[in-house]
Design a protein around this ligand. Sequence first.
Ligand code: AZA
Length: 302
Amino acid sequence: MSTKLAAARYGKDNVRVYKVHRDEKTGFQTVVEMTVCCLLEGEIDVSYTKADNSVVVATDSIKNTIFILAKQHPVTTPEVFGSIIGSHFIEKYSHIHAAHVNIITHRWTRMTIDGKPHPHSFLRDGAETRNVQVDVTEGKGFQIASTISGLHVLKSTGSQFWGFVRDEYTTLPEVWDRILSTEVDATWNWKLFSSLAEVQADSARFDNAWSAAREITLSTFAKENSASVQATMYNMADQILAAVPQVETVEYSLPNKHYFEVDLKWHKGIKNTGKDAEVFAPQSGPNGLIKCTVARTSKAKL
Ligand code: AZA
């Protein structure tokens, strides 16, 4: 059989890292917990095709490196820490030409105890994570995508869905008032950074963008009388592009988590449909899944 290696990358996934920062002056501690994946590309073909391991930086060494870099550098923002990890492998090993780093940051929100922020106790308030994908390519730069994932939201009114195609396949009624619920997956793709120094120059921009994207997502979801998931997500993406000039595209992926009315009139004529609907049946599937990528039609002024 005549074959060739068409593509290859390898590395360590599920590297779980916790870092504490102790502020000596205030006595306050701050914690970060991450799950890191780091995959390398380069002149590694012979490890696949000739069983030659001389080009392999062991995945165990990749894991060790992630811990050492976490000790030596700030781990926030994740965009900067991911760039530090990626550039390390490109610079240290001349035969490695690209590094793909994914960081999932888990929520540890400071507890409020007796009305005051507690110096060293935290809670996991929800499944939401802050994720980054950093692709560092030698001679090209740093491609960074930042993501809000697993943010569960629901509104009990202020959403409609009507005017869609009606034909012999349609059973869904039009509605002018419905429950809208989703699990937000929003990604904003940064313009290419040419160097690590450029990524590091303004680390705060990544936190600011995350706050803006989260605030826009939540306030649009809450305030808008939604015509559809499609129209609402486009509106959100449009606002993020306006708020963050260095972002080139915004992607949303929103499952439509359906809540069905339960007709109870069979039991003593109980009214529980239409304007009388109070008890609903949350559905686990099938569910709608609506996605989009929104880009600028002209370059942003930076
Ligand atoms: N978009 C919605 O917001 N709701 C829907 C759809 C859709 O495409 N299809 N069924 N319900």
